[in-house]
Design a protein around this ligand. Structure first.
Ligand code: ADP
Ligand code: MG
Length: 591
């Protein structure tokens, strides 16, 4: 005991610190609050910069309505907000912010500068604060909008600083925040620069599929189904005016983590076990165990049906009728999947998962005759398939093809039931290896070759940091994931490793190149398993310019036919082009 206990009221700075800790848990939380403010201000362009994992600097620049000069200081007062007035307003919140806590919280634990030019004003004004105290203010030119710069976050708060992860991890958290808001607001143009490199931008077209393309890439964007609004799966008695919209991934593009579920309630990004369960339910039977879909789901419902005021960071909500929301999401997703004919179901055959259609037997390369194969449109020469057109192709069977030869040791010429087909040998082989590697690591059945001579290789500091990152929050450490792929590493001194084993079919050089490439993925929502499979496929595949003999051509075509998505390489480039007989006839003026 330290003598007699006395109760004292904390001074306001300590109070501010404690409160700030709840709102601004880490740099990504500050980014989230600032971006939400920009969105509430009606911004259509939002640029975000981060340095040093967000500790060095965070800057959010918007073109929203701005803050009138007389109110700059007020904006930093605790519980000062322009968004609600009365208690009754809490019942129907339509803005992302409402607690009036973000700016004061950030200012309590950092150096902040805010420059704003309000709608219709001739010039802008700035204010700077240091650990919550105003240090300077005045006039500064700026077009309409607001820029908030946050420096040295948590510098005077070592307890918090200690809990932060490496800059790379903090960067990836804040990249997730930005990409999720890009999905929630497809009409807003987002740009994220980390350490002065642009790592993400969304086009702001207002089209959700374009936003998905920016966030998740071409192959995913192509394979997303639009949630259908259909009376058949609405339950009017229960639905309380709930509207579900968005895009959901076909089973083909399922991932090995749950990080690809995005939920927005009245355009607020939230995490929700309830909704995750509703989606899992809807995909039941369509995905192998351990795979999770990619979904972007917007839930709109009357503001009074949802309480957003249950969490200081506003990242969770409480629905008045959870049952109704669960049902609405489950039915809309399930209904969309089932009506996207043909419906794929998963059947396990000899340890491999094969997508089967409910309506037609799956064509295999040996039993397929051209007549039985559903005609799947291939891109015609020079025509790149658009995401809209490709999306419904759940089962992309290729027709039976006969190799004719090779052009420029790069393209395979083949004859099919309807004319001429050209295959990019590298892209096709990438697709084959990608699926093979993924299948094997899913079943943990990868073949490994131990190396007689372990190979020593060096990595960059960033690569080293990633390899040393322990798995957390239930995620696996990268080195464990690598072992699943047959890549066994051992630390070997400063920024140096030993490669002890590589996956069968890949030499040590290919394995190391693929590993380095995976590690160099820009920070962001990374599905390591997918990235590693992609890199291995890319570096293991035959190159353009490599001559192939007849047997090799035949085998490559046969294996391509057996892939579940033969039309594109894992990066989304086409693997095959088609010149139809009718087009040949037309070109040769036979008709
Ligand atoms: P809240 O968003 O909960 O109202 P904040 O502390 O985040 O609280 O912001 C306080 C106020 O400052 C907001 O209500 C808004 O009026 C103003 N503000 C903050 N950021 C911006 C911005 N980027 N553009 C316009 N106004 C802003
Ligand atoms: Mg706010």
């Amino acid at each position: 005991m330290r003598g007699k206990m006395t109760i004292k009221i904390l001074n306001s700075q300590v109070i501010a610190r404690i409160a700030a800790g709840e709102v601004v848990e880490r740099p990504a939380a500050a980014v989230k609050e600032l971006v939400e403010n920009s969105l509430d201000a009606g911004a259509t362009v939002i640029a975000i910069e981060a340095k040093g994992g967000g500790i060095g600097l965070i800057r959010v620049i918007d073109n929203g309505q701005g803050i009138p000069p007389g109110q700059l200081e007020l904006a930093f007062h605790r519980h000062a907000t322009s968004k609600i007035i009365s208690e009754a307003d809490l019942e129907s919140i339509s803005t992302l912010g409402f607690r009036g806590e973000a700016l004061p919280s950030i200012a309590a634990v950092a150096e902040v500068e805010l420059v704003s030019c309000s709608n219709g004003d001739a010039t802008g004004h700035y204010i700077t604060l240091n650990d919550g105290q105003v240090t300077r203010h005045g006039i500064q030119g700026r077009p309409q909008g607001t820029t908030v710069t946050v420096r040295h976050l948590f510098r005077s708060f070592p307890a918090r600083l200690k809990f932060l992860r490496s800059p790379a991890t903090e960067n990836s958290h804040l990249a997730v925040v930005v990409s999720q808001y890009a999905l929630a607001y497809p009409e807003v143009k987002f740009n994220l620069a980390v350490d002065e490199k642009n790592i993400f931008s969304s086009p702001g077209t207002g089209n959700l599929r374009d936003a998905v393309l920016a966030v998740h890439g071409l192959e995913t964007a192509r394979n997303m189904l639009e949630i259908e609004r259909d009376e058949r799966w609405r339950d009017h008695a229960a639905d309380r005016n709930i509207t579900i919209s968005g895009l959901i991934g076909t089973p083909q593009i399922a991932r090995s983590s749950r990080d690809y579920l995005s939920f927005f309630v009245n355009r607020r990004w939230i995490s929700s076990r309830l909704l995750a369960r509703a989606v899992a339910d809807a995909y039941h039977g369509l995905l192998p165990v351990g795979r999770h879909p990619v979904v972007v789901i917007n839930i709109e419902l009357p503001a009074r049906e949802v309480d957003v005021n249950i969490h200081p960071a506003k990242s969770e909500v409480k629905f008045r009728d959870e049952h109704a929301v669960f049902g609405a999401v489950q039915k809309a997703v399930r209904g969309t999947l089932l009506s996207a004919a043909p419906v794929p179901t998963i059947q396990q055959t000899a340890g491999n998962y094969t997508a089967l259609t409910r309506h037609a037997p799956v064509p295999t390369s040996t039993s397929s005759s051209p007549a039985r194969i559903p005609a799947t449109p291939l891109p015609v020469f020079a025509e790149i398939i658009s995401p809209e057109k490709a999306a419904p192709l759940l089962r992309n069977a290729l027709p039976a093809l006969r190799p004719v030869g090779q052009i420029a040791a790069t393209y395979i010429v083949a004859e099919g039931p309807d004319g001429l087909y050209l295959i990019d040998q590298h892209a096709a082989h990438e697709r084959i290896l990608f699926e093979k590697v993924q299948r094997q690591q899913n079943g943990r059945g990868i073949e490994v070759q131990g190396l007689l001579e372990p190979v020593v290789f060096e990595v960059t500091p960033r690569q080293d940091a990633l390899l040393k990152l322990p798995g957390k929050d239930g995620a696996e450490a990268l080195t464990v994931i690598l072992t699943d792929f047959g890549i066994t590493l051992e630390p070997f001194g400063k920024m140096t490793y030993l490669l002890r084993a590589s996956p069968a079919g890949f030499d040590s050089k290919q394995a190391i190149t693929a590993l380095r490439e995976s590690l160099d993925t820009p920070a962001g929502a990374t599905d390591w398993r997918e990235k590693i499979a992609q890199s291995l496929a890319c570096h293991g595949a035959v190159r353009a310019g490599q001559a192939l003999d007849g047997d090799e051509l035949r085998q490559l075509i046969r294996e391509l036919e057996q892939t579940s998505n033969p039309h594109t390489c894992p990066h989304g480039r086409p693997t095959i082009l088609h010149l139809g007989l009718s087009q040949l006839e037309k070109e040769f003026k036979r008709t």
